[in-house]
Write a protein that binds this ligand. Structure first.
Ligand SMILES: NC(=O)c1ccc[n+]([C@@H]2O[C@H](COP(=O)([O-])OP(=O)(O)OC[C@H]3O[C@@H](n4cnc5c(N)ncnc54)[C@H](O)[C@@H]3O)[C@@H](O)[C@H]2O)c1
Length: 258
């Protein structure tokens, strides 16, 4: 598959889990990849994995809670590859597993700064750059996918700040989609259910029998794989999908069908 040849993809939180799988999938599909993360070691590992496959990528350190770091990483991307076609705002944290009354102002503020601020400032920097560029041969100026969660469309007991942050990501996605549709920039979101990653390992370890309890609520009977989420993200960014904007795709093994 070489659907993304001549396209440049910028990904936050690319050092692990869904972000790494997405970076690898874009590179396999021919894109040039700016892999960014707050963690330099794991971010560089992602780049090494892409290069081992013969792909083209570089790493830029970027804490998404710091707007100036996002701006600098976008600038480095454009300096390296000449343009920006795709923005994937994926970096996020799960926060503390605790009831509403036990969540502290620090818990709340940190989650909002990373999970909401990262998407807000990420989209600002990406759209600012996309608007400077001419449309490509498909009359498309750019595609953005934000990573929300099933906790962005339902409540999540013991995760109020997380659920609030992921609901906010959907509001940002829909609003940006409306504001920039006439400029040929598409903005969508994915909402995964539990997916194998470091974040889910933390949740599994939070209480006894947690893994079994988490699995039981997913009709398909298993967690998602990061590669499955990555494929949905690529589909949302593909030129065949040019009519789709402002949508939230639930990747949940049937959870919200009932
Ligand atoms: N794994 C799941 O079950 C699941 C379900 C729904 C949504 N999500 C969402 O998917 C996204 C990716 O999560 P994952 O499951 O791959 O987790 P992960 O922990 O494996 O990866 C998260 C990555 O984000 C990076 N990161 C954390 N804080 C950052 C910051 N301030 N700036 C830049 N990078 C930062 C981490 O270093 C890590 O590489 C998150 O937004 C998460 O909320 C995950």
């Amino acid at each position: 598959m070489s659907k993304f040849v001549d396209q440049v993809a910028f990904i936050t939180g690319a050092g692990s889990g869904i972000g790494r799988a997405t970076a690898l999938a874009f590179a396999k599909a021919g894109a040039q990849v700016a892999a960014t993360d707050v963690n330099e070691t794991t971010g560089n590992e992602t780049v090494a994995l892409i290069q081992k496959l013969g792909g083209d990528a570089f790493f830029s350190v970027c804490d998404v809670a710091a707007p100036d770091q996002i701006d600098a990483a976008i600038e480095q991307t454009v300096h390296t590859y000449g343009r920006l076609d795709i923005g994937i705002n994926n970096a996020g944290i799960g926060g503390r597993f605790a009831r509403l009354l036990d969540q502290t102002p620090d818990d709340f503020n940190q989650l909002m700064a990373i999970n909401v601020g990262g998407v807000f400032y990420g989209m600002q920097a990406q759209i600012r750059q996309m608007l400077k560029q001419p449309e490509n041969v498909h009359r498309d100026r750019g595609k953005i996918v934000n990573v929300s969660s099933i906790a962005g469309v339902r409540g999540m007991a013991m995760g109020a700040p997380y659920s609030a942050s992921k609901h906010a990501v959907i509001g940002l996605t829909k609003t940006a989609a409306l504001e920039y549709v006439k400029k040929n920039i598409r903005v969508n979101a994915v909402c995964p259910v539990y997916t194998h990653s470091a974040m889910v390992d933390d949740l599994i370890n939070a209480a006894p029998n947690m893994e079994e309890r988490m699995r039981r609520v997913i009709p398909i009977g298993r967690f998602g794989q990061p590669e499955e989420i990555a494929q949905a993200i690529l589909w949302l960014c593909s030129d065949e999908n040019a009519f789709c904007t402002g949508q939230t795709i639930q990747l949940d093994g049937g959870m919200t069908a009932g």
